[in-house]
Each structure stands twice: as structure tokens, then as C-alpha cells.
Write a new protein. Structure first.
Length: 210
């Protein structure tokens, strides 16, 4: 069975960096990949756009392809969107199917601060997406937890449902939602940093314009 990979984020807003790495992860892992917007991201300021606005941008961004889809389960839960709760729910739903949590290298370096973070390895594999300017050196506590779990090939993720860590060397794209918010707030048009469909409806990016 194809692994199911979840790519969580605030997506405030989604950009071509997200979509490109998610697409490459789908290819490298031969997996179904779902983008998983957080309702209340646990470790940052609340998003600028509302949940409905972020979802509308995601839907526009995903049009015209069928490899990446949207999973809105975190938006239906109250309180902070703890990833461990989401993956535990998915594990119950998906049986022994391999699950892969996709995380950018910057977010992965902070994994040891996540809620019940050691449980994550019991419910899913982790796919770490390289990101420009982010070192692969981990804090000692996280390195201890990860060493012994690393695998080099995607095939190794199919042998068991959870517990492995794979580094995915994706094409570096130095795009961030922070930069896109800055450009929009300054009245600029980040047209080629975002998927074309998002610009078809000017209302979609209105929350970020001043
Ligand atoms: N250009 C990129 N390359 C690789 N991973 C990325 C890239 N942009 C975002 N990610 C990863 O996508 C996930 C969701 O990120 P998020 O929605 O916070 O986007 P962001 O661009 O980092 O946003 P912000 O600038 O608001 O912090 C995280 O795991 C993050 O590391
Ligand atoms: O579960 C946690 O404690 C936790 C702490 C920080 C981040 N996360 C998740 O990591 C993903 C990326 O977060 P962010 O803040 O980089 O957009 C998103 O799915 C968050 O819900 C999860």
C-alpha cells in the first residue's frame, strides 16, 4: 500500500516552496501526500488570514493536479493543533498503512519542543525536507532520539508503519510565507512565488494587503 504522507503547516499563505517540496516528496516516497493546515499552530503567533481564507487559498493552489490533496481535520478540532493528536487519529483510521510526517528542516530542528514529541515516532515515520539555509545538525536530545532510526531509501518506510526518519533532498527554493506577507503588505505582487490560480481571484490575498 502507498504510504500516506502529511505535510502540516500554517500556510499563511501557501506558496510554491510548500507545493514544490510536497510534490517532490510524493515522487521520492511514491506516497499520497496531503497538506494539513493547522487551525491554531501551537508554537507561533496566530495566522494573519482566517482559517476559511487560508483554506480558500489552498484550494485554489491545488487546482489542476491530483497528486496533492487537502486534509482539513485539524480545522475541525478545538484548541491548539497538536500533531501527535492528528497522527494518532490517522493511525487509528489507517490501520498498518505507513504514515509519514513531512517536516521542513527548520521545523524539525525544534521537534523536541513539540507536545508528546517522542510519541510521534510510534505513530509515523518522519520525512525531513531540506530547506535553504538550514543546517542538518540537531540538538543533542533530538539527535539521540533520531539516530538509529535513519534510513536512506524510501523502500525502508514500507516495511513498517512508523518509526523511521528519512532525509528528503528536495530542490532548494528560498521562499517563505513571511516574505510573501511582507511583499503583499508593501503593495507588491509575489506572482511567481505563488501558484498562478491564487491570483485569479483578487479577494484571496486581500487579508495580507494593507
Ligand atoms: N521553501 C521551503 N522549503 C522547504 N520546506 C518549507 C519551505 N517553506 C516552508 N517549509 C516547511 O513547510 C512547513 C509549513 O511551513 P509554514 O506554513 O510555517 O511556512 P513558512 O514559509 O515557514 O511560514 P512562515 O514564514 O510564516 O514561518 C514547515 O515544515 C516548513 O519547514
Ligand atoms: O504538535 C506540536 O506541539 C507542534 C508544535 C509546532 C508545530 N507543529 C506543527 O508543525 C507544522 C509546521 O508548523 P509551522 O508553525 O512551521 O507552520 C504544523 O503542522 C504545526 O501544527 C506542531
Amino acid at each position: 500500500m502507498k504510504p500516506l504522507a502529511l505535510f502540516g503547516g500554517t500556510f499563511d499563505p501557501v506558496h510554491l516552496g510548500h507545493l514544490s517540496v510536497a510534490w517532490e516528496a510524493a515522487e521520492l516516497l511514491d506516497a499520497e501526500v496531503r497538506l494539513l493546515p493547522a487551525s491554531i499552530p501551537p508554537h507561533r503567533q496566530p495566522p494573519i488570514a482566517s482559517t476559511a481564507q487560508r483554506v480558500a487559498i489552498l484550494r485554489a493552489a491545488l487546482q489542476g493536479q491530483s497528486r496533492l490533496s487537502l486534509d482539513t481535520r485539524e480545522l475541525e478540532r478545538e484548541g491548539p493543533s497538536f500533531t501527535v493528536d492528528t497522527l494518532t487519529g490517522l493511525r487509528a483510521e489507517q490501520g498498518a498503512r505507513p504514515l509519514v510526517l513531512l517536516i521542513g528542516a527548520d521545523a524539525f530542528a525544534h521537534l523536541a519542543s513539540w507536545d508528546r514529541w517522542r510519541v510521534l515516532f510510534e505513530v509515523a515515520h518522519i520525512g525531513v525536507l531540506s530547506r535553504p539555509g538550514v543546517s542538518s545538525t540537531l540538538p543533542p536530545e533530538l539527535e539521540d532520539a533520531v539516530s538509529g532510526r535513519r534510513v536512506a531509501t524510501a523502500d525502508a518506510l514500507r516495511d513498517c508503519p512508523a518509526g523511521k526518519v528519512i532525509e528528503l533532498a528536495v530542490t532548494p527554493l528560498e521562499i517563505s510565507a513571511t516574505r510573501i506577507r511582507e511583499l503583499l503588505a508593501a503593495g507588491r505582487d509575489p506572482r511567481y512565488l505563488m501558484p498562478a490560480g491564487v491570483f485569479d481571484d483578487p479577494a484571496l490575498l486581500a487579508p495580507y494587503r494593507r
